[in-house]
Every structure is written in C-alpha cells, then in structure tokens.
Design a protein around this ligand. Sequence first.
Ligand code: UD1
Ligand code: CA
Length: 449
Amino acid sequence: MTQALAVVLAAGKGTRMKSDLPKVLHRLAGAPMLGHVLGAAGAAGIVRAALVVGPGMDAVGEAGLAVVPEAQVFVQSEQLGTADAVKAAAPAYETCAGPVLVLYGDTPLLRAETLKAVLGELEAGADLVVIGFEAADSTGYGRLLFDDKSRLQGIREEKDATPAERALTLCNSGIMAFRASATLSDLLSRIGNDNSKGEYYLTDAVALAHQDGLQTRVVLSNGEEVLGVNSRSELSVAEGLMQRRLRAAVMEHGTTLVAPDTVFLSYDTVVGRDVVIEPNVIMAPGVTIEDGAMIRGFCHLERARVGAGSTVGPFARLRPGAELAPGAHVGNFVEIKNAKVAEGAKVNHLTYIGDASIGPNANIGAGTITCNYDGFSKHRTEIGAGAFIGSNSSLVAPVKIGDGAYIGSGSVISKDVPDNALALTRARQEERDGWASKVRQRRSRDKSK
Ligand code: UD1
Ligand code: CA
C-alpha cells in the first residue's frame, strides 16, 4: 500500500521520567524511543511520517527528522487528548492518499511485522484497525468491546468503564489505523470531550465508525511489543526486552554469543556469520563485524568496522572511525580511534592509535602511542606496510613511517622515517665493567665497620 502515513504522538511531557529530556528521546539500544517507532514504520513500508510534539520540544522534531528527513512536525499547543493530538497533524493526513496509522512515540518495541498485519487488514477492506493485546494487568488501558457478531464495537477508557467492562482483559494498545484519511477527518470532527477526563479520546472513533456501519477490526499483538515507557524502570524493562530481541537476531544470523546476557548491542549493530563474541562486550551504535571475526571479552566498540577474520581484545576499545581490514589483530588494552589497520597488521598490547593508518602486516609493539594532539589540533600518523614499531615508542604526528622501516623501542619519532630505514632516538647504552660488584663490596665493608 503506497503512501501510508504514520502520525506519531509525542506531545506528552513524560513527567514520570523525572528528566529534562523529553520522554521519547530517552534511548534504548543506542537510539531514542522515537527512532525505534519511526524505524518500525519505515520497515513496514510506511513512507510518510508526521510527528506531534508539545510546545518547546524542538529537539523531538529534530530527532524525528534525523530518522525521516521528509517528516512533518506539528505542535499540539495544549494536551487535550489523543484525538486532539492527531488533529494537530491534519495538514499531513488531509493530503494523504493512503492509510493513516496513529502510533505512540513511547512504544519502542513495536515491530514492523505487526504494522504490516495492520496494513494487510486495511488492504483487505477494514476501515479502522486497532492493535489489541491480552493484558496481564489491564490497569490504565482502554478495554476493547465487541458486538454480538464479534465485531469491534468500541473502546472504553478505564475511568469510564463499568465494573463488568473493567473485568475485560483484551486491551487497546493505543495504535489505530484508518484506511482513508477522509474517514479519519470525519470521525475526529465528531469526537467530543464529554467523559471523566474531559479529554478528546481518539478511542471514541471506534464506536462512531461502528455506528456508521464501517468495518472495524483488531490485530492482536503480544503485550511486550506495545509496552509503553513512562518511567526509568519501564525504560530498563524495555531495554532488556530489546536486547533479548537483538541478541536473538544475531544468533539467528550465525553469530555465537558465549554469554548473550552480557553482550549489549545497538539497534544498528551488523554482525556477520561465524563471528564469536565473548562475554561482556558492548557495541555502541555504528558497529559492523564481518564474517569470522572474534571479539574477545570486555571490549567496547563504537562506530567501528571489524574486517573478516580479525581478532579484537580482550579489553580493547574501538572508537569512532576505527577500521580493521580482514585479518587484523588488536589485542588487550589497545585503543583505536579514527584509524585504519590494514590486512594482517598487529597492534597487540597497551597501545593508542589515533588519526592514523597502519599498513599491511605492520607490527606495532607494546606501549606505542601516536601523539596525535598538540593541544590545538589533531594530526595524522602514517605507518607503512611491514613496518616494525619497537615497544614504548611515541610517534609525534604529523609523521610518516616508511614501508618496512624499523623504529627502535623507546624512541620518540617526530620526523618522517624513509622506507626500510632504522630510526631510534634513545640515548646510547653505556656499560661499566665490574661496577656493580665494586659497589657491593664497598657497601658491605661500610656495614661491618
Ligand atoms: C491511551 C488510550 C488507551 C490505551 C492506552 C495504551 C486514549 C483515549 N486512550 O490511554 O485506550 O489503552 O493509550 O497505552 O487514547 N498524547 C499527546 N497529546 C495529548 C494526549 C496524549 O500527544 O493531548 C500522547 C502521549 O504523549 C502518549 C499517547 O498520546 O504518547 C497516549 O496518551 P496517554 O495520555 O498516555 O493515553 P492513555 O491514558 O495511556
Ligand atoms: Ca499512557
């Protein structure tokens, strides 16, 4: 179905988060909740998005535009209820030829498959579709009501429900879809606020549609994916569920997670086949691990690429712009930032490589530091193919080490080194024969006096 529109409600202040950040910008697996919702809509083929934000929530609009650049942002000036919130986006849905879906910005676990099922019902002729779920605890949710032909007849908000209605457990997730925007416009224009909260309820659209003889349907989902996040503790629950989903997806793809519960992935982590990830690894956003790579325990990676068959860690940190070619080795206590490590190069121990390129098969000794920052700006270090950097060397950038060059350990290199040369800057070694025994003899004579 082409040109579907998602209207994402995000005007709520999220008071219970106790935060200066608008609720939908709190992160889950490295992306704001709003980003997850827009991502699910996009993955379901819903191409257009309209965001409804509260006054002063420019940051929410910007976060939305970062995910969907053509999104339209509307401000609901006063929070008069979910129907009023949708109305704020009238300019978007009134120009929409396809179906309109109303989503909440604070339900980050919503899956594209469920939205596709909703689109399927609309395509099959439904006028209005509600995503419902069987609630373990239905407190606070609207209850789904059915007529004697088992057609969805209405939604009763808890505060307006009779005791019998309250006993119902099939609840409204809040997500609702309309096949035609004209239907939505018409229903919204007829919704009043004569209820216990004095709000304009979007849920009233269902009873109106049913009375009009329109086809109203329910798509069932599990309670998990429509979980709304209202507090930090609910955020942590959602994070846990999201991580479980991400871990299952990479394992399904052919990655071994030795201890899945200890590996944290981001929404966009890409992991190839036959990758092994040992315990206690964190993937911040922007990480790609190619086939057959090994990520040993206690590594932290962010905006980094690990080539096929490379090994990383234990205890390594790959920062933004770290790129390891196939077969590279990065060992323990190594930090790499904005640097390319070519095929077969080894950086195995206690090293900082920043703003650099390391040629194929180069060997970087323990304790090597690229001194990339002079207090004002960053400079580059280039290390040639097959170069050998002796342990505990400081490479003061900008500097180039030629192909096949050797750097004597403990050197401070501040000038370029030609191909195949040896450079060393440490003081020459001196020996004094027998010095130690003479000193020891003198000391023992003094003691016995
Ligand atoms: C709503 C539904 C309820 C459903 C529940 C699921 C209505 C009337 N009720 O209730 O049937 O079971 O969600 O969680 O729709 N919002 C705005 N502007 C407003 C009001 C709300 O943007 O004026 C946004 C909120 O930020 C939130 C969403 O709409 O993301 C839902 O609003 P909320 O007040 O939490 O509705 P509920 O009472 O939970
Ligand atoms: Ca709510």
